[in-house]
Ligand binder design. Structure first.
Ligand SMILES: [Zn+2]
Ligand SMILES: [Zn+2]
Length: 262
């Protein structure tokens, strides 16, 4: 199983996942042209894909889907309640390619399990399993719950949102108070602190690789997120590099992960 970040953050999210028989992308918040360009870095064309799995309706997750998805006639998989807000936005997608899920489903040998996450619109995180390999993607959530943790527990790799540093957000002069409250709210985005708390639970239950994702360009930096989270983990007796690794997904293509079975 291979997982590659092609773009992460509010400028556009695009993650490539490959199992033995299937090739998919999760979300597509880049233009069609940029999506094609980034996939070509992997030697992949739109016609090689088996579909696009969509987390939610925000444009940083779906911007490219209407054009890119229709150009290659790709099946678009979204939860029933997410689709209700997608029909207008994805009007170029043929009806036969509008794939609705309400529970776990399969794309060839890849088993996709959605878990609802608290965001200001209907939104889902996902686990992707191939045999005994499991990876999860969890972004755009205001807080974590036990249910979410148990859904992704046992993943070898987790893409986890580390959106903002709380004090940077508080002091940000660019954002109006209402936006700050939305981001920091129960249905907004995970702070570095909240992300760290989830990482503790994951790495003490066997997750070997964390990829910090969906970083704010205004209220976080890759260095800050990494240093803050790893030092807080260390305070709690967990040393990055010893039993688990942390990487940061950037807005540009980064990090290739190959997941092997146990
Ligand atoms: Zn987003
Ligand atoms: Zn969102």
């Amino acid at each position: 199983m291979r997982v590659i970040n092609l773009s992460s953050g509010s400028d556009g999210n695009l993650t490539y996942i490959e199992s033995e028989n299937s090739r998919i992308i999760v979300d597509d918040g880049l233009s069609c042209k940029e999506t094609e360009k980034r996939l070509s870095l992997l030697g992949i064309s739109g016609k090689d894909l088996d579909g696009i799995v969509v987390s939610h309706e925000h444009s940083d997750h779906i911007k490219g889907i209407n054009i890119f998805g229709s150009k290659y006639s790709l099946p678009i998989y979204a939860h029933d309640e997410v689709w209700s807000n997608l029909y207008d936005k994805l009007d170029k997608i043929e009806s036969k390619n509008k794939k609705i899920f309400t529970d776990t489903f399969a794309i060839k040998d890849l088993i996709v399990s959605p878990v609802e996450v608290p965001h200001d619109v209907k939104c889902f995180g996902f686990s992707f399993c191939e045999n005994n390999k499991k990876i999860s993607i969890l972004t755009d959530l205001g807080h974590t719950t036990d249910k979410i943790f148990y859904a992704i527990k046992g993943s070898q790799l987790v893409y986890l949102e580390a959106n903002h540093d709380i004090s940077m957000l508080r002091n940000c002069v660019k954002y109006p108070l209402s936006l700050k409250m939305r981001i920091a709210g129960m249905n907004g985005h995970l702070s570095n602190d909240a992300s760290e708390a989830m990482i503790e639970k994951l790495v003490t239950t066997g997750t070997k690789q964390i990829v910090l994702s969906h970083l704010s360009t205004e209220n976080n930096t890759p260095e800050l997120a990494f240093n803050y989270i790893t030092s807080k983990l260390l305070d709690n007796g967990l040393k990055e590099g010893e039993g688990f690794k942390i990487d940061v997904a950037l807005t540009k293509p980064t990090t290739l992960f190959k997941i092997k079975g146990d």
